[in-house]
Design a protein around this ligand. Sequence first.
Ligand code: PAF
Length: 300
Amino acid sequence: MVAVLHHSLAETSAACQNIRHQGLSIGFVPTMGALHDGHGSLIARAASENDVVVVSDFVNPLQFGDANDLARYPRDLDGDVALAGRAGATIVCAPQVSELYPTWPAPPATMVTVGPLAEIFEGASRPGHFDGVATVVTKLHNAVTPTRVYYGEKDFQQLAVIRQITADLWNPVEIIGCTTLREKDGLAMSSRNVRLSPAARIAARGLSKALSEAGRMFRHNRAVTGEALSAHMARTVLAGGDLVTLDYAVVVDASTFVEVSGPVDLSTARCLITAIVGGVRLLDNADLSFQLPDETSTSP
Ligand code: PAF
C-alpha cells in the first residue's frame, strides 16, 4: 500500500471528518518520525483493527527541554512514508511547526498540564516534557478524531500520562498500548538508537539485560524486594562502563508509579530503566516475567 502524504494537519483533519462521515473507523499512530519496525508493528496492528490508518510524523519541539537534543533528533520523511505505507498506513501527516504552534518559539497560550504523574521519573529529569507531549497529543487527537490510538509500551510513563489526559479531558478514543519490539540482542527499538556509536550500542545492551535479570531474580526468589531488584538492575546497567550514566532503575506499581519497597507483586510490578548511553537517552521497561531469549535455557 502507498500512503498519501499530507503536509498540513488541517488537510488530514478534513480528510478524517470525511472518513468518519462514511462510518469508517480510524486507527491513529502518532510518531515523531524516523520510523523503525517498532512503529511498523503499531501501524500493522492499527491496520488490522481499523478501516483507515493515519500516522502523524511530527518532531514536537514543545516536548524537548534541550535544544541540542531537538536538533539531533533523527529525521527521514521519505523513509517514513515508505515504511508506513508498507505497514498499512493510509495517510501520513507531517505538519509544520508553524501550523501547530503559530507563536513558536513562544509556547502556545493553552497548554495541557498533567499533574503528579508527569513530575516523576521522566518528568523529573525532563521538566515540562510531559506537558509538551500532552499538549501535542490533545491537538492531534482532536484533529484526527481517531477511533483507536496506538502507543508503544516502551514509553511506559508516557502511555500512562496519555491514558490520564484522555480520561480527564473526556477524549472519546480507545488508547491501545503495544508491546515493545526488540533487536536480536534485546535492545528496545527506538528512533534514537541510530545515534549510538558502535561502543555505545554494545553498552546499551545492559538495559534489557538488567530487566531480564530482574525477572530471573524474581523467579529464583519470590520474596525478593523491590530495593534488591532495583540495586541489581542499576549494577547491571552500569557494568556497561564509562559510556553509561544511569538516570533511574526502579520497580514501581504499574498503575500508580509508586516505587515498590519490600516484596514485589508479579501482577502489578513494572521495572523502569533510563540511562544515557554515549550521550543518547535510552528508556526501557518490562514486567517481571520478561526474559531475553538467550536466557531461557539458564532459567529455572
Ligand atoms: O512517543 C512519541 O513519539 C511522542 O512522544 C509522541 C507521542 C508522538 C508525541 O509527540
